[in-house]
Design a protein around this ligand. Sequence first.
Ligand code: ADP
Ligand code: ZN
Length: 725
Amino acid sequence: MSKDSPRTVPVLVPTPVDRPFSYAVPEGAEVRPGSIVRVPIGPREVAAVVWDGAGENVDARRLRPISEVFDCPPLGEAARRFVDWVAAYTMTSPGMVARMFLRAPAAFEPEPPQPGLRYSGGEPERVTAARSRVLELARNGMAWTRSGLAHAAGVSLSVVDGLVAQDVFETVLLPPQPVVAKPDPDYAQPELTVDQEEAAGSLRERVRESAFSVTMIDGVTGSGKTETYFEAIGEAIRAGKQVLILMPEIALTQAFLERFHDRFGAKPAEWHSDVTPRMRERVWRQVAQGNVQVVAGARSSLFLPFDNLGLIVVDEEHDTAYKQEDRVFYNARDMAVVRGNIGQFPVILASATPSVETRVNAETGRYHSVALPTRYAEAVLPELKAIDMRRHPPARGGFLSPVLIQALRGALERGEQSLLFLNRRGYAPLTLCRVCGHRFQCPDCSSWLVEHRFRGQLVCHHCGHHEARPEACPECGTFDHLVACGPGIERIAEEAMEHFSDARIIVLSSDLVGGVKRLRLEFEAIAKGEADIVIGTQLVAKGHNFPGITVVGVVDADIGLANGDPRAAERTFQLLSQVTGRAGRAGGRSQGLIQTYQPDHPVMQALISGDAESFYQREIAERQRAAMPPFGRLAAIVVSAATRGEAEAHARALRRAAAPSDQISVLGPAEAPLALIAGRYRFRLLVHGTRRAGMQDYLRIMLEAAPRPRGSVRVQVDIDPQSFL
Ligand code: ADP
Ligand code: ZN
């Protein structure tokens, strides 16, 4: 490099590129790996990260300088290695992974100081009781925010404003306020049961080792898993480490935040899509500065700029919500383990129904495990029964068996709550014309339109297309002969209302108008006993504690069993265990009733016998025989295009590009079960390898050997796929 050529550094820009680009470092600027900078790219400027390695020698005429180095803590080494690792594993570009770290652009600038008030010595003209309370506090000379002072004095803001108008205060600048107070590990010590204490002891030990380890907490619903992992969190807080708690539905689990507060005297910071942009910026910034010690968040919080992370807890580790299937396809549970390995700290995976993968890792000794086999205190698990729908069919046009209706009536008479679960939004999954047989299908997807009767619409659940439900069949023109086939929760609510016209019924799904705020209110109302019958989708199954529920009815237990997904049995078992586990959390007798046409199915048998163990052992043996994960590896390739022909042709070309291998076999292409989504035709290839197979290398070679996708063709690789649609 000649004396006058500028110093260059590699910079990773948030676009789908394989490697960092070189930029010139302006005179006097200080950058190092991890520095967050603004750089020009094409006609735009973007936030990007200075990467590791040396800058290249670039033709000085093409070299562009860094526009700005943000006054922001650099992304730590572990975070940078994590980006490279996730990119290589998921076969996405490092730029797109780094982009997930750069989601709060305004946070790269320091938080502006807040205006504050300090007592300046004057007296107001008139002293009221409220005013003197404020002055009493302010006289010690501390600076206050306007609202902080009003709150501490127990007066309204207008009292403080009145004093401001009288020049009693001088205006000062306050440092940025912390988004959450510091958690205190000894704020409230719970009395743990013997089992809990044993588990907690082993978790504390893992934290004290401050080395990489994974521990599975396998404990039935209500056994105190949360209580127990709080002890590990306390230990990490004591050691001055940052902690991340991943939760599948954090936006809806406000009760969890309260519990955390009860234990540690402060709430964790929240990170999910319902946090306001302003708050997200502050959380991001304060995590980077190390001022936020504990974050409870959705999967994307793995990409917060922690620099001192010492523990990750993945709650409900089996939950499918951890898999992101958009841009970067990753499983947050698995990537949490990777992050622990890179950062050399422990990871805790908690679930009442652990994934088969995690169970196997625990059995083979790769993971530690602790067990909590019984519910806390006098709460006993619900008594579970299958309702054989062939022997106790519902009345004509209905979906609830007389056995279930009887149980609901019993709960109503005793003044107890019940929950009806059906994992189907809307009124009916299919509408057809009784005269000509016409079925309403989405124009852009290969799926039926779901009737939403409250909204008066037919809706596609894959692309969002919706249309008004017509009076007449669009095919044959006959009026009043359209029929709704099958139930959704709206229809179950209608049926419940016919049977129990006086009951207070609440219907809950993601369709509820008013979003998360409204859902939270409904959850509170239920917890307070303001509903008799709750009818909901899986939204109500996840983690909520409704102490008054004593009867849980599963409307259609068979729904998830026949969909070609290799994990169908496991999924159904997990979901139904979780749903029925909502019953009886406050003690006393409770029951779970499972409507099924296959009462002898192993999943139903495992549920009602309570013998999860033999179910898992059979599932594990089955996976081992078929070399399915975790005994083998899977990757899915989805080829989509604007025409069926293009999609199929490219999928076939990919197949031909696959090299023969004794470790890996390629299946397909086959038309995807969802053959058309949002106007794009889809074909799938499934790549199956042995446990030791170098899956990513194999796929890379295959993709390179294949013709480049042209025109509307897109190729999407999904490592460890969860969805087979
Ligand atoms: P899980 O996470 O396994 O579902 P939780 O930790 O939520 O179980 O515990 C279930 C209920 O029992 C909660 O209401 C919790 O407060 C209570 N609980 C569990 N263990 C204890 C304990 N040692 N002391 C007091 N309450 C407890
Ligand atoms: Zn559609």
